[in-house]
Design a binder for this molecule. Structure first.
Ligand SMILES: [Zn+2]
Length: 549
């Protein structure tokens, strides 16, 4: 998931308005936006997978996300849901332009004036007409006959109509969608509720098995919703039980070959994250399928192990003071996690940094766990310029403050035209570093570090010093923010580090870990699982003061 503070803040605001423990989703059903915005589709195909599916039922999902059938169904395995427009068919594909087509679907029809209460009544009448089909229009059913590509065509047919039913002309609707047998001009069903409701499609089961459905190269559990609220193309939404969703994404998020208890910890995080998301609501769904939220491609990454991890934690969520936790996680922290406040600026009681005694056990197996990057002066200047920071030629770079956990809190750049200090997450992102746990070989720094960077102070008077041969003494010199303690135990005054320049042509950043260090370390979780801890131990370690229920 992408970790953007404004998002966290907004989400918290919204979640706080829900009653304690309330889910953002109803009936444990989650809406995943598979195609939307610029990816919305004018025509979307569905196909039953194997023998598990046996055609589809058509209806809509109500406000509780329960499927409400409208009586229409088909045993066809391949159906397409398309916008109400002329579609031209070439091979098994629909096109909006009319080149090289051999068949077409016309968007103009004649419609019987009679309204019908049930699908079956309307279908019985439609069967009397070749090419007749049933349309659901907000609160009733209607029967439409024939297809025409142009208004002139349908007007001519209207003038020549000799049937005993009274008919009217219908033109393409900005909110209408039609269901066809894929690659044919056969319309199975038409749906238009003026954008107030959206067509829902539910795959039917064979022998009670839970059906899987192909959509765009992936297999999905659950049903699909086709939103066409304000015209334009169709947003395709997977309406899926949250447990099936978590089974789909947990393997992508931590890997489907990790220890069971680590995957279970990830499953609880993924389930909690999904339950509290509200920022995609204005787009008509809860979560998107990319790492903006959590990667989800149906069952593509699921296996017996991930399914078991999800089943064994089914219905478990992470709470802090009775509210959902923003269950942030990252790959590895390099030795210590960090307070959310020191990364994103806002205090979060359960996102507290601490030394991580577990990662060390797996560090040797993690690619680039320890990393190092060297920048030239010009490369650093370019990175700063990309953020509109222009301080001339780079003269020095150093860490100017560490957190109590030994992660970088402030990073100072000295330039020929001025200095710039960045704080918190920017220390990592401004140079595109892998983590916020690093040192820089520039000169200086106005903070002193004791206990292996675990504690920092900004003056040295009264500090105990230890010399290179082990003698301990108490420093009593002038307090200053610009001192260093040398190997022989004396403190040496130094120029204001903000004006310290270095003759270095390059600066090397050396660090460990990968990610933002807030919340759970996925590699740390793996190490804990290997050391015999269970998923609750893992979650309790990485999230302070949380409950799992
Ligand atoms: Zn998203």
């Amino acid at each position: 998931m992408k970790k953007v503070w404004t998002t966290v803040f907004l989400s918290l605001l919204l979640v706080c308005t829900l009653s304690t423990g309330a889910r953002a989703m109803e009936n444990d059903m989650l809406k995943v936006g598979l195609k939307y915005g610029s990816d919305a589709m004018y025509s979307a195909n569905l196909q039953n997978y194997d023998n598990a599916g046996l055609g589809y039922r058509f209806g809509y999902f109500d406000s509780a996300r329960s499927f409400v059938p409208l009586g229409a169904e088909t045993a066809e395995s391949k159906v397409s849901i398309s916008i109400d427009d002329n579609l031209f068919i070439s091979g098994s594909t629909y096109y909006l332009s009319d080149t090289n087509y051999t068949q077409y679907i016309g968007a103009y029809h004649l419609q019987l004036e009679q309204h019908y209460e049930t699908y079956d009544e309307a279908a019985a009448v439609a069967a009397n007409y070749g090419g007749g089909f049933v349309a659901f229009l907000t609160d009733h059913y209607a029967v439409r006959v024939n297809q025409y590509r142009t208004e002139e065509g349908v007007r001519r047919a209207y003038g020549e109509w000799t049937g005993e039913d009274t008919v009217e002309i219908v033109s393409p609707s900005r909110t209408g969608v039609m269901v066809t047998v894929s690659g044919t001009d056969r319309i199975l069903f038409y749906f238009d509720c003026g954008g107030l409701r959206s067509l829902g499609v539910e795959p039917m089961s064979r022998n009670g098995e839970k059906p899987l459905t192909w959509f765009r190269g992936y297999r999905y559990y659950g049903g699909f919703e086709y939103q066409r609220v304000t015209g334009g193309n169709i947003s395709v939404i997977n309406v899926v039980n949250v447990e099936d969703y978590v089974k789909g994404c947990v393997g992508w998020e931590i890997g489907n070959d990790k220890p069971l208890e680590a995957i279970k910890a990830q499953a609880v995080c993924a389930r909690t994250y999904a339950a509290m998301q509200t920022r995609h609501r204005s787009q008509g769904f809860d979560v998107c399928p990319t790492d903006d939220c959590q990667v989800y491609q149906g069952v593509a990454s699921a296996n017996d192990l991930t399914d078991r991890a999800v089943d064994e934690t089914a219905g478990k969520y992470l709470y802090y003071n009775g509210k959902y936790v923003e269950a942030y996680y990252y790959s590895s922290n390099g030795g210590a996690s960090e307070d959310a406040k020191n990364v994103w600026g806002n205090e979060m009681g359960y996102l507290k940094g601490k030394p991580d005694p577990y990662e060390a056990a797996i560090a040797a197996r993690v690619a680039k766990y320890n990393w190092s990057t060297t920048f030239t002066r010009a490369e650093i200047a370019a990175k700063l310029a990309a953020r509109n920071i222009n301080i001339g030629t780079i003269k020095n770079v150093f860490v100017s403050e560490y957190t109590a956990n030994g992660n970088v809190y402030a990073l100072t750049f000295v330039g020929s035209k001025g200095n710039k200090t960045v704080y918190r997450e920017q220390c990592r992102t401004i140079l595109s570093l892998r983590s916020m746990r690093f040192t820089v070989d520039g000169t200086g720094g106005n903070t002193f570090f004791v206990n292996d960077n675990a504690t920092s102070v900004t003056g040295i008077r009264g500090l105990f010093t230890i010399s290179g041969n082990g003698e301990v003494g108490q420093y009593s010199g002038a307090p200053t923010d610009a001192c260093v303690i040398t190997a022989d135990g004396t403190a040496k005054l130094q120029k204001d580090p903000a004006t310290v320049t270095s003759s270095q042509e390059t600066f090397t950043v050396t660090g460990s870990g990968w990610g933002h260090n807030v919340g759970m370390s996925q590699w740390g979780a793996t190490a804990m699982a290997e050391q015999g801890f269970d998923y609750q131990d893992i979650l309790q370690f990485y999230y302070t003061g949380v409950t799992i229920e």
